[in-house]
Write a protein that binds this ligand. Structure first.
Ligand SMILES: Cc1ncc(COP(=O)(O)O)c(CN[C@@H]2CONC2=O)c1O
Length: 493
């Protein structure tokens, strides 16, 4: 029983909290936005239900081009991963003579290695940082990628890279004066978590005219401006390859980024989930971990985030990823460990799949040939689709599109007629949102308006994936072109 100041028992509701209303839940939650699965996707689900109920629409299916979810659009999973996971989830198969005819010997050996080192297998909690046997395999993969040592105890296995970003934001943001340098356009996980954890998004604009390049001077000017306004610039987010913009940073640019972080005492959040999605033959992916080691840099703290959701693996639903902490002292490591412990551990299938991604079959092993063939074909197909989509988008009147160098997206710049801008304003929507909603209603193609990623004032974009199966790309190109031309005709050139 609650008592008031005079000690009298106070009965009845103390605050109108039940039934719960949107006006009395945490405003940091109601203010957070995540356009990748926002209003347009919700409308798409409504239209999909109509189709399922036999209603006639101008299209016969919804094409979800809003999200980098390859297997939703038919991409085949990598056989090696699924075979090892199947044995780990049903160990009885390891004793089954028939199974031995199905699963290659290196798959059986890998499953046995993991199960022998993970007490209780995939059904038990593991160490909150992730099972050591898996962290060791991931560390081995990182060492082979970068050519430098990786301590498994610097690795925290997460339910997707998203969970790693949440953890970093929780650790870094103390109050609303704490600011995080965030690329614009940005992947809205960052703006959403900054809102949720009460920090300030400090924008730095990528330069579209030079291929969405990252300008160090822009970082510096934004940092000094924020500090002059009393803000504490805590960290810099770099997404490389970029989402939604698809650019790949040059090595020199990365060196300048690390030097900037050192000079300004800023933590580097290196989001590298698209590191396997490289389409430009003249460009390669270099991890910020490698750049840091090349520079023999021991002061700049870097948190590198990786995922099993992208690349050629596309195991989005399995929720796997890691955060590697570099140049973080043992006291802070302990705080990260405690934070991970509150969630107990990430799911074991995601952990195992992360280890398989980072430590795949090696040449000469029974599974290598099929694995290598699937990897090569999946990446080649993604590149072909990127080139084709870029060509389609660039052919549209009033549209320019920077060639996607990496990742899974194209981000065309659309010049919208004043009639469309006015029509959007009338319903209180951004003009590119209006365009994307009309595109959905007339073609079933789901995209994300540039306003959902933030963009330079007065410009309009939308983001689409290039994940539609190759046999459907011509039809999508036709639908998109027809819609675009009719939209321009309707709202004025
Ligand atoms: C840059 C970036 N970082 C992190 C994540 C989170 O990945 P996890 O699945 O590992 O949590 C994504 C997901 N990409 C979103 C999801 O699909 N389309 C997108 O733009 C991403 O694009």
């Amino acid at each position: 029983m609650v008592a008031n100041g005079a000690g009298d028992p106070v009965k009845g509701p103390q605050s109108s909290c039940s039934p719960l209303g949107v006006d009395n839940i945490n405003p940091k939650v109601t203010n957070a936005q995540y356009a990748v699965r926002g209003e347009i996707v919700i409308r798409a689900k409504e239209l999909e239900d109509k189709l399922h109920n036999g209603e006639k629409l101008p299209f016969d299916k919804i094409l979800y081009c809003n999200i980098g979810n390859p297997q939703q659009l038919g991409q085949h999973p990598v056989t090696f991963y699924r075979q090892v996971l199947a044995l780990c989830d049903y160990p009885e198969l390891l004793e089954n003579e028939q199974a031995k005819a199905i699963f290659p010997p290196d798959v059986i050996a890998r499953a046995k290695k993991y199960l022998a080192a993970i007490p209780g297998g995939t059904g038990a909690y593991s160490d909150s940082r992730g099972a050591m046997v898996l962290r060791k395999d991931i560390a081995k993969g990182i060492e082979e990628r970068d050519g430098y040592p990786c301590d498994p105890d610097n690795l925290f296995l997460t339910d997707g890279a998203s969970q790693g970003v949440h953890a970093m934001m929780r650790m870094l943001l103390r109050d609303e004066n704490d600011a995080i340098l965030t690329p614009i356009p940005q992947y809205p996980l960052y703006s959403a978590t900054l809102t949720m954890y009460g920090g300030m998004l400090l924008p730095y604009y990528l330069h579209e005219e030079t291929g969405w390049s990252l300008d160090i001077n822009e970082l510096r000017s934004q940092t000094y401006k924020a500090r002059s306004e009393g803000k504490n610039v805590r960290a810099l987010v770099v997404i490389n390859p970029g989402n939604p913009t698809g650019q790949i940073l040059s090595y020199e640019n990365q060196v300048d980024v690390v030097k900037f972080c050192k000079e300004e005492g800023i933590v580097l959040l290196a989001d590298e989930v698209y590191q396997a999605n490289i389409y430009r033959p003249d460009k390669t992916f270099t991890s910020f971990k490698k750049v840091l080691c090349d520079l023999k840099e021991t002061e700049v703290t870097v948190a590198s985030m990786m995922s099993i959701s992208k690349g050629f693996y596309g195991e989005c639903g399995r929720r796997g990823g890691y955060t590697e902490l570099v140049n973080v002292n043992s006291d802070v490591q302990a705080e990260f460990y405690k934070l991970a412990s509150i969630n107990l551990c990430s799911n074991l299938n995601g952990q195992i799949c992360m280890a398989l991604v980072m430590n795949p079959p090696k040449e000469g092993e029974p599974s290598f040939e099929l694995y290598s063939q699937e990897r090569t074909e999946l990446l080649a197909s993604l590149k072909r689709r990127a080139v084709k989509l870029h060509k389609t988008l660039s052919s549209l009147q009033g549209v320019t599109c920077t060639e996607p160098e990496g990742a899974l997206y194209a981000m065309p710049h659309i010049r919208l007629p004043q009639g469309a801008i006015e029509a959007a304003k009338k319903i209180g929507k951004a003009a590119d949102f209006f365009y994307c909603m009309q595109l959905l209603e007339e073609t079933g193609i789901v995209t994300v308006p540039g306003s959902g990623f933030k963009q330079e004032e007065g410009t309009y974009h939308f983001r689409t994936t290039f994940l539609v199966p190759e046999k459907e790309t011509d039809e999508v190109a036709e639908r998109l072109t027809k819609f675009h031309n009719s939209f321009l005709a309707k709202y004025g050139e």
